[in-house]
Design a protein around this ligand. Sequence first.
Ligand code: ADP
Ligand code: MG
Length: 396
Amino acid sequence: MEYDNIIDEIFNRVVTSKPLIKDRDVLRSDYVPDRLLYRDDEIRAVAESLSPLLKGSRASNLLLYGKPGTGKTAVARYVLKHLQERARRYNLNVALAYSNVKNAKREYTVLVQLGEAIGLRFPFTGLASSEIFTRIVNHIDEHGIDTVFVLDEIDFLVKKHGDEILYQMTRANERLHKGSLGLVGISNDLNFKDLLDPRVLSSLSEEEVLFSPYTVEELRNILMDRAKLGFNEGCISDAAINLCAAIAGAEHGDARRALDLLRVAGEVAEREGADMVEERHVRIAEKRIEQDKVSETLRKLPLHEKLVIVSVMLSNKGSTGDVYDTYISLAKRLGVQPVTQRRVGMIVSELDMQGLLYAPVVNQGRYGRTKRISLAIQDSLVREVLAEDPMLAVLL
Ligand code: ADP
Ligand code: MG
């Protein structure tokens, strides 16, 4: 009888509660809205760099950079979309290829993606990157295509693979008789320019645009716009929107962060069967996002880092020596080759910097100084995430 009541209550809530979210996709961070606020100058600069394409000339190379969530991707995609429409309308021989290169394991993947975007097909295997690039250049030349490659999150590509591929791209025009290749590089890392060979930098940054962080007020209006599209009328309070903007603004003016808060707060409120999204849902969303981030970091740690975390958890505010002893015994149980104590000390410092451990140095009077190492995150979270690893599950 009691259970019947509980179940009735849950079902009633689902049936009677109105959905708060109207369009979930609009609230995602890869959605490009029809209207971008506060980015007129940036849109103009990008449009001007690319506009030579409309007259059959080469687009200027362009570097967009700024902190995450400052609208770089949105502005680039927005201008590309409009340019593509024009090109189609005027029947121009223009090809615009966008690629987010962050997760590319090899340069090969990037080149294949860009090549395919301009109409090439490649066999499944067996081509070297240099061969793919040659085919791309030949294709552009043969068909006289004015091409733009947009390389988003280009800093990751360069950090992983160096800037040789960019060098080749910036030199491609010298090999072309017809058609052209313009580059748009987008970087979240403000120091990205230091990674580039001066020759590559000077060609890539023929033009450059720096995106500055949004103020709280700007974030608020960006969210208001988005909330109108994403939520049903009257389903989100101004106070909730203000709080999302305030939290994201206090960090570094990151619109993606603000939107994530808004979306997750909406999901929290909906699941709760609330009539509208309120400030407290944003607070819960903030915690949930933070936890997800920590879980993700934990999950990605290499084995010995994970073992050190477990050792810290088991040795309860132990010294470096205690943690090492526990670590050795865990390694033995798993039958893995342990690393040195020095290395464990370094891992502890790294995990401390990542905010996973807390390792202050304490004075022990005449016994000298030592570290007292503890978890900076919840035990339960560590257990939950690390137990997903079948090898570690036996320890937990
Ligand atoms: P970046 O590429 O600089 O990291 P994005 O362009 O991906 O940032 O922007 C993050 C999110 O914020 C996206 O969902 C985007 O639509 C939104 N956004 C960013 N700037 C604006 C803006 N000026 N107006 C409206 N939405 C914006
Ligand atoms: Mg981006």
